[in-house]
Design a protein around this ligand. Sequence first.
Ligand SMILES: Cc1cc2nc3c(=O)[nH]c(=O)nc-3n(C[C@H](O)[C@H](O)[C@H](O)COP(=O)(O)OP(=O)(O)OC[C@H]3O[C@@H](n4cnc5c(N)ncnc54)[C@H](O)[C@@H]3O)c2cc1C
Length: 352
Amino acid sequence: MQVDYIILGQGISGTFLSYYLQQQGKTVLVIDTPQSYTASKIASGVINPVTGRRIVKTWLIDELLPFCWSAYTEIGNLLAVSLIRQCNVLDFHATPQMQEAFASRIAEDASLLCVRGDKAYWQQYFRFNYGIGEVNPCWLVDLQTLLPHWRQYLMAHNALLEDYFDWKQCEIAEEKVQYKNITASKILCCEGVGGARNPYFQLLPFALNKGDAIIAHIPNLPATNIYKQGISIVPWNEKDVFWIGSTYDWNYADVQPTAAFKSKVEAQLDYWLKLPYTLTDHFAAERPANVERRPFVGLHPVHSAVGILNGMGTKGCSLAPYFAHQLTAYLVDGLPIEPLANVQRFTQVLSR
Ligand SMILES: Cc1cc2nc3c(=O)[nH]c(=O)nc-3n(C[C@H](O)[C@H](O)[C@H](O)COP(=O)(O)OP(=O)(O)OC[C@H]3O[C@@H](n4cnc5c(N)ncnc54)[C@H](O)[C@@H]3O)c2cc1C
């Protein structure tokens, strides 16, 4: 079998990279090993334009918000599914200090933040004392629909191999990749946390972290918003079903669900939520984060037949489509990759 590109991994990164390369008329074979819990499979799908205690704008967000709206709409049109909607975050301030911090950010820059005036309406669902701040707009993407639908699309186009990719069986030449009976001009690595074991890229400064998520049945809670107070409650893929998360653990012995997180969620829901709820599932996965919080995009500085799209950290839903598009434009038309994301910034490390 001969293809233009082997793409290793079908998380959000491999999904969008295979989509854009196919749109450009390139042939791809995506190799992905089925796993129940990967970062993309358990992510809540939120694209939030602000971050941190100071509620500052996230990197590149002015480009990412419109780009992602188009990207998920277009791939959704191809697959005949709806994948993105507006779903603003409502931040139920836990302390007067948090309420003040939100108000002072509005005084500095009101473009994405406002104070909700309908406290009485939300009091039927939540207990809170210090008001509600709204982040507007936020997008919510449906990865639970995108990932399996794209997998089926690839299968129907003979572009998917469900298998564990074994680097020992891969030969890399200057402009040629041979893997078993598959020949390609390049291999593009979108393995998420698997990238930290990739023989060509393992020296990149990966800093994996673990995140837990819980699924809850909460009848009658409106699916119109994402609710935050210590934890986030995010509408999931069925009526009355919500995703609750998350943790950012840097020290962990395994990737099993953490009992302490479940206790924390129960305590917070008992205090905050006025509706009855049932926890129905609990899972965890590692995020492919890195110390710089900037993705790894482009070709290996020494082995130009090997490329990468990884390091999405906590922001894969927005960064993966954007940089998959940029990597495609680089491969097909030679257009530049954003220098802060280009993996060539690690030329010294990767040349060892
Ligand atoms: C709890 C949690 C919540 C999150 N919520 C959000 C959110 O709301 N918004 C947001 O933007 N981001 C969120 N993230 C982060 C987001 O999930 C990641 O940034 C993103 O999913 C990374 O996607 P990826 O495709 O690069 O990697 P992955 O999702 O890890 O995909 C890699 C794929 O490669 C395959 N693979 C790896 N090695 C091999 C091999 N050798 N052979 C075959 N296949 C292989 C894996 O099976 C997998 O399918 C969250 C993460 C977690 C853990």
